[in-house]
Structure formats: C-alpha cells, structure tokens
Design a protein around this ligand. Structure first.
Ligand code: ADE
Ligand code: ZN
Length: 355
C-alpha cells in the first residue's frame, strides 16, 4: 500500500474537480438502506403490498420532505418504511441503492439497517436480513460492489428492546459472520445518550462484532466521548459537533477515529444552515479521518456523488488533494480486510495518476 498520495495531485485543474469526484473509486460507510427508499418505490411497494399511504402521489410525498430537525425527518422515514413487508421488498430496495451506488463509482458499501422498524410491525427479522443478504450477493455479481451489513438499534427504544433484537438476529449473525459484521445506534439522538446502551454494546463486543454509533449529529460532544469510552465504538457516525470540544478533536485525531460525515443530510436536518457553513473542510484541516456519505439519499437530495460535488462547490478551499484524502479515508475506515483496502487504494492511486 502506498503511503503518500500521487505526486501530481496539486496539478489537477479545478474545472476537472467535479468529474474527478464523480469518477474516483470510493466506499460508502454511512447509508441507512431504509433511507434509500425513493418515493416512486414507496408507492410501487405500497401498491404491491396493499398498504395505504398518507399521501396521494409521489409528488405530494416528495413535497413533504422539508425537515426542521432530525425528529421531523424520522417521522416520515418510519412512515415510508411501512411499505416494507416481505423479503422481496428488502431485496428490491437494496438493489435500487446498489444500482445508484455503482453509477457513483462506489466499490464498497457498508449498509445500516433498522430491524426494529420492521419487527415492531410484525415483519419477521429473517425477511429483513435475508432480503438484504441476497441483495448484497446479487450486487457483487451484477455490479462488482462488495458490501457489509451493520444492524442498528433504535436509540429511542429501550436497551431491553435492543437485547431482544440482538437475540432475534443472533442465528443470522452466526451464520453470516462475513457479511453481518457490526452494530450501530441511530434514531433520535437528543435525550438518548450512548450510556443507555452500554450493556448491549459490551455483549456485542464479546460476540466479536464491529461497533459504531451515531453521535454528535444533534447531540453534544459529551455523546461522542461516551460513544468512545462507554460503547467503545471504532467509528463515529456524523460527529460534526466534535469541534465544540478541542480536547475531543485532539483525541479523535490522535486515535484516527473515522467520522462518517453526511453534508447534505446535515443541511436538510438543519445541523448547518447552508453547505457553505458546513465544517467538513475544517474537520480535514484539524487532521481528522473524515469520510463523505449520503445517510438517507432519497430524503436528503442526493447520493454520494451529489454530496461530494455540492460540498466541494460550496467550500472552495477543498481541492483534488482533499478528494484523494476523503476517498482514501473511506477505504481505510471500512471494515474490509487489509488486502481489499490495499487493492482499492492502489486503484485510487492509479486513478489519480491517470487523469
Ligand atoms: N436514521 C436514519 N437516518 C438517521 C440520522 N441521520 N440520524 C439518526 N438516525 C437516523
Ligand atoms: Zn445516519
């Protein structure tokens, strides 16, 4: 694995930046598969499954995508997920995402899924997991994308409910270790600190699962500290509020804890008023291991390339050297094997050398 970026990096002209961003190989590490459900697919699945929606057209549903904060988004996101009932629905949803991701030159994706959103409605957890597993395999065959799955616990529910979900998922986790590699924590952040899930994370650690958690999206830097120290996570999802605490920034930089940042999401959910005010460039300047991701692309105005292109447009200090760093970080921060990472970084290097 090369240790330095290709030498010609600064010679890449600025007008070629959008094409470079779009075409460079990359990994996506923060993607809620239920958040990739486009309104058209919501309506198609509702018709297929006989589910009645509160909106009468794709246009009226899309028009409702104006969010004041995380909770106002989550209310619609859970309503959208209500059309998912059968294994085939989870398969179709994930294949639609993989098709988009492949077009954006994503070569590896780590997908979050929220089993409790479905099991609470009576959907068997096996329908969720088997549909996603089948899609991961089909995507590798059809698009050459490798993928892993990360089961997320909903933090607005209790730790007992998380333990119950873990018990339901355990046979699949044991059978599909190579694919179902980790757990995460998502949903309403404020008022639901990481400490609430200390015991279930400890159990998952004993089981050898990889650990991540959303922290510092709307919640304070204290939640990032406790995700690190209490939950013992390896990556922080979002984490943009770390800048409010210089000692936390120093810790994240020293330990190279990856932050999976989602710029368009942060603007849609009013974490930042505009993309020009986003702190992605600052996080990079501070030496943090930042990656760019789409979070819930169907709801937030774009997939990963849209996030890259719009963010670089809005933050003129970002250059091709930053593009390289962000793509490289995405591979280094992934849960893939060292040999997969080395191969991707080699192809990233040759991509930058050959433009
Ligand atoms: N679930 C889906 N998207 C989320 C986000 N951005 N934050 C927390 N939970 C989520
Ligand atoms: Zn998220």
């Amino acid at each position: 694995m090369s240790l330095t970026p290709p030498a010609r990096l600064d010679a890449i002209p600025i007008d070629r930046l959008p094409t470079l961003l779009r075409q460079m190989p990359k990994a996506e590490l923060h993607l809620h598969i239920e958040g990739s459900l486009e309104p058209e697919l919501i309506f198609a699945l509702a018709a297929r499954n006989g589910v009645t929606l509160a909106y009468d057209s794709v246009e009226s549903l899309r028009a409702a995508y104006a969010f004041g904060d995380l909770q106002s988004f989550l209310d619609l996101y859970y309503a959208g997920a209500s059309v998912l009932l059968h294994e085939a629905d989870f398969f179709d949803m994930a294949m639609a995402y993989f098709r988009r991701a492949a077009a954006d030159h994503v070569v590896h994706a780590e997908l979050f899924f929220d089993p409790q959103t479905h099991t609470e409605r009576g959907v068997p957890i096996d329908a969720v997991i088997n549909g996603l597993l089948r899609a991961c395999e089909a995507a590798e065959a059809e698009f050459g994308i490798t993928s892993l799955l990360i089961l997320c616990f909903l933090r607005h529910l209790s730790e007992d409910a998380a333990f119950d979900t873990l018990a339901q998922a355990l046979p699949s986790i044991e059978k599909h270790r190579a694919r179902l590699v980790g757990i995460g924590l998502d949903s309403s952040e404020r008022g639901h600190p990481p400490e609430k899930f200390a015991r279930v994370y400890a159990r998952c650690h004993e089981l050898g699962l990889r650990l991540v958690a959303h922290a510092g999206e709307e919640g304070p830097p204290a939640y990032i500290w406790s995700a690190l120290d209490v939950l013992k996570v390896e990556r922080i999802d979002h984490g943009v509020r770390c800048v409010e605490d210089p000692s936390l920034v120093a810790r994240l930089a020293a330990e190279r804890v990856p932050l999976t940042v989602c710029p368009l999401s942060n603007v849609k959910l009013r974490v930042f008023d505009t993309l020009a005010q986003h702190n992605l460039a600052r996080l990079l300047e501070l030496g943090l291991c930042v990656t760019v991701n789409s979070d819930d692309p169907a709801y937030f105005g774009g997939y990963i390339n849209q996030n890259f292109v719009e963010t670089f447009e809005a933050l003129p200090s970002l250059t091709s050297a930053h593009a390289y760093t962000l793509a490289r970080n995405s591979f280094e921060a992934s849960f893939a094997t060292s040999s997969q990472k080395a191969q991707w970084i080699e192809s990233l290097d040759s991509h930058f050398l050959n433009i």
